[in-house]
Design a protein around this ligand. Structure first.
Ligand code: HEM
Ligand code: HEM
Length: 220
């Protein structure tokens, strides 16, 4: 008998697809020189990333970081096909490595963007708060390292999802849309009711406020 379990709460799903749209938009706007929109999308991405950090502590069960913080031994067991069933409910052990890497490098990209300068027309909103040497380092990372690491991580991420779909006959995309996974064993669901969604909206608002405050600091 299979069990339909709410694994991804609505806030996590909205976070995921909004982040994906922002990141594609960020690369396109940068390459097309639409820097005003690059900045706007950058602030939106930063807000979403801050939201995810908080949601990783207070969000639904399977969105919490503790639910997918695995030891190297767990990763190894999963790859050998001997993982415990609980490790296949939310992010799997190798999947969690990709999630943490994506979040880390996205935060680094958005963070360095605030201090980047293309030495032509676009300069991040906090560049004047640090020395020229730091602006050069941030711009170098943003332009020469971060963007390529991120493009590689996203390509790997999508390739892994397609690998699960075609080779392992496991569709991970539908649960990221509907929230529910069909599992062989029963598992506790993620909380996803009116209260948790209102909490998520409040957290998102606070994160947006924190980004706005940061920009005010830059403008002061
Ligand atoms: C720039 C594009 C993308 C970025 C930055 C991105 C980022 C992420 C992140 C950070 C997570 C972790 C979700 C969380 O726990 O908060 C995730 C999970 C996921 N993403 Fe994406 N994603 C992108 C594009 C896509 C696309 C195009 C697809 C569909 C083909 C996709 C399918 C998924 C799925 C199915 C999961 C859940 C994986 C699992 O079950 O462990 N993503 N993504
Ligand atoms: C995850 C978020 C971000 C991504 C994926 C991203 C991506 C990129 C890419 C691909 C480029 C073009 C580099 C090239 O010339 O080849 C770029 C340039 C730039 N970005 Fe971002 N960016 C992000 C966030 C931000 C933020 C938040 C800001 C500032 C508010 C920003 C400011 C800039 C500036 C000033 C440049 C031109 C200077 C430079 O290349 O270092 N970016 N970004």
């Amino acid at each position: 008998m299979s069990h339909l379990v709410r694994v991804w709460d609505l806030p996590t799903r909205v976070f995921h697809w909004s982040l994906a749209v922002c990141v594609v938009g960020l690369v396109l706007t940068a390459k097309l020189g639409q820097m005003e929109w690059h900045f706007r999308l950058g602030y939106a991405a930063l807000t979403l990333l801050l939201f995810r950090l908080v949601w990783g502590l207070v969000g639904g069960r399977w969105s919490r970081f503790v639910s997918f913080l695995y030891s190297p031994a767990s990763v190894w067991r999963y790859l050998r096909g001997t993982a415990v069933p609980a490790h296949s409910v939310g992010h799997t052990p190798p999947g969690s490595l990709s999630v943490f890497a994506l979040l880390l490098f996205l935060l680094a990209q958005a963070g360095t963007g605030l201090f980047s300068d293309d030495e032509i027309a676009s300069s991040g909103p906090l560049t004047h708060l640090v020395s020229n040497a730091w602006v050069s380092r941030a711009s170098w990372y943003h332009q020469e390292i971060g963007q390529f690491v991120l493009i590689a991580l996203v390509a790997l991420h999508v390739a892994a999802i397609l690998f699960y779909l075609w080779r392992k006959r496991q569709n991970l995309i539908v649960p990221m849309l509907t929230g529910d996974k069909s599992l062989e064993q029963a598992a506790p669901p993620s909380r996803d009711d009116g209260f948790s969604r209102a909490l998520a909206a409040a957290v998102l608002l606070l994160c947006g406020g924190a980004v706005a405050l940061l920009l005010r600091l830059g403008a002061a």
